[in-house]
Design a protein around this ligand. Structure first.
Ligand code: HEM
Length: 506
């Protein structure tokens, strides 16, 4: 058999087929490149052309020393706004060009997917909206979007309740407090109430160590499962060899906890159906899970979608508040301007309408999301050969070919600090710039295109509400952290050292 002519024929045919497909692909790509006027991009970050091991080494060092964002920005400043890189064997194009990002997220949306998210996020998130692509994603978006469309989806009374719980942990005698820790508790409490109709009440239990409390067990498990996603990303394909019993147990706890509320919601739906038939009306208070249960009875589906939204919505809002107050605590003049604006309310809690009209509060939030975007970097994976409008040629102003299988990484952090887009003071936290600033794709805290954040309105309402109430309650806020803001980067980005402040009651 070893010398069988048949073997030579089969091997020859396979080789010819291989060569034929390669050459055909090469020629098709050359035509595509020509048609689109693409030019090569000569800026390259990696030196190791096969595995990009040098990139991995630098990335690991930067993330260990909490300098990933600033180093990434420096790389853009040295190499240009678009450059080539590598992740293990995967080709990467990194960009901070608004036009390129618009193309990836909107104009050529169908040319991209999430790529390798499922392996890291799948165990906790399943196939929910934050982790799904294509048809499955469109389906999730269709299911969930109406639940966010109501203008007043966020419940101010609920925010007030959680805010009051938070106040119990803020000393009134000038002792230092870490606001970031409190914001993280507040947002999981309000998000679980909004989503499941049951709050984890972590603020009520803060400082206690009741290991038998279900809500507390869930809170800890959810935190662990979330940080484990970051580890799964880091390990990549090697993750399957990792002994990760704790991570798996955390995921199991999260799923079981949420399923209880799914059962309640389905029960609610049944009662609703019965009452509707009988012509009676049920309590109309708005709860997310019940709205979803009106549209589907698939238990796993509801659980997956809800846990996705909890993940998308909890740390993000807490991080926004933390990053913003880190800045403001160091700038008493900004705090005073907030006080002046909020004084219009004469001590009353704000209504929706009033919240919407507080211009300076809005500028402060916008400016925080600009200088410290909560999702500072993101990526998409090209599922077919495609093209970016910028990045090719020696000046980076020509179109750039993106072969199928390339990851396009984009950096809102770097883009939001580009001097040519925001001026020479782009690094400064200056809410006043929003008086005239009307950015387009160069400002992207909530993403853009068909996958734009669904919870933007909810998040901004919650963050504004907490800001207003805090400013009403305290006449000064002073930073108790002599250092600069440092990145605490996981899936989202908050302050590494928390937000240590001292507050003086009004
Ligand atoms: C300051 C707060 C927030 C920021 C900065 C933020 C930012 C983002 C970003 C950048 C994405 C795109 C992620 C990607 O496609 O890779 C996203 C998606 C999403 N966000 Fe937010 N978010 C915030 C708050 C919230 C809240 C409070 C909720 C829900 C209550 C929420 C729900 C979602 C959902 C469901 C998606 C997925 C949309 C889709 O893929 O179609 N977000 N968010």
């Amino acid at each position: 058999m070893a010398n069988s002519p048949l073997l030579y024929i089969v091997a020859g045919a396979a080789l010819s087929y291989f060569l034929y497909t390669r050459i055909a692909l090469y020629l098709a790509r050359q035509r595509f490149i020509k048609q689109n006027g693409c030019q090569p991009c000569t800026a390259r970050f990696h030196k190791d052309p096969i595995l990009g091991l040098d990139v991995m080494k630098v990335m690991n060092y930067n993330s260990k020393h909490h300098i990933a964002l600033q180093e990434n920005r420096k790389r853009f400043q040295t190499l240009g706004n678009t450059f080539h890189s590598k992740m293990i064997t995967m080709p990467v194009i990194a960009t901070c060009e608004p036009e390129n990002i618009k193309t990836v997220l909107s104009l050529k949306f169908k040319d991209y997917s999430f790529g390798h998210r499922q392996a890291a996020m799948g165990p906790l998130l399943g196939h929910g909206i934050f982790n799904a692509d294509g048809e499955r994603w469109a389906n999730s978006r269709h299911l969930l979007r109406p639940n966010f469309a109501r203008d007043q989806v966020a419940d101010l009374d609920a925010f007030e309740h959680h805010f009051k719980m938070m106040m119990k942990h803020i000393p009134r005698d000038g002792t230092t407090v870490d606001l970031q820790e409190l914001f993280f508790c507040l947002t999981i409490d309000s998000a679980t109430e909004f989503l499941f109709n049951h709050s984890t009440n972590s603020l009520r239990m803060l400082g206690q160590d009741d290991n038998s409390n279900e809500d507390m067990i869930f809170g800890k498990a959810f935190n662990f499962a979330q940080s484990d996603i970051t580890a799964r990303f880091r390990y990549g394909p090697l993750n399957r060899f990792r002994n990760n019993k704790k991570g798996e147990e955390a995921i199991r706890i999260c799923h079981t906890y949420i399923e209880k509320f799914v059962d309640d919601a389905l029960q609610f739906r049944q009662e609703l159906d019965v009452e509707k038939k009988a012509g009676a009306g049920k309590d109309e208070k708005y709860y997310f899970i019940q709205e979803v249960a009106k549209q589907t009875t698939d238990k796993k589906r509801i659980r997956e979608e809800l846990i996705n939204i909890l993940l998308a919505g909890r740390d993000t809002t807490a991080s926004l508040l933390s990053n913003m107050f880190f800045q403001i605590a160091k700038k008493p003049e900004i705090y005073q301007k907030l006080r002046d604006e909020v004084a219009l309310l004469e001590g009353r809690t704000p209504t929706y309408e009033e919240l919407r009209n507080l211009k300076y509060v809005k500028w402060c939030l916008n400016e925080s999301l600009r200088t410290h975007p909560v999702v500072p970097g993101n990526s998409r994976y090209a599922i077919r050969d495609t093209v970016l409008p910028l990045g090719g040629g020696p000046d980076g102003k020509q179109p750039l070919f993106v072969p199928k299988g390339t990851t396009v990484g984009y950096s809102p952090y770097t883009m939001h600090r580009r001097h040519d887009l925001y001026g020479p003071d782009a690094d400064e936290y200056k809410p006043e710039r929003w008086e005239t600033l009307r950015p387009g794709w160069e400002y992207l805290p909530f993403n853009g295109g068909p996958r734009i954040c669904l919870g933007q309105q909810y998040a901004l309402t919650e963050a504004s509400y907490v800001t207003v109430r805090l400013v009403q309650e305290f006449k000064t806020m002073e930073s108790r952290d002599a250092g600069e803001w440092q990145e605490g980067l996981t899936l989202t980005c908050c302050s590494l050292n928390g937000v240590k402040v001292c507050l003086t009651p009004s």
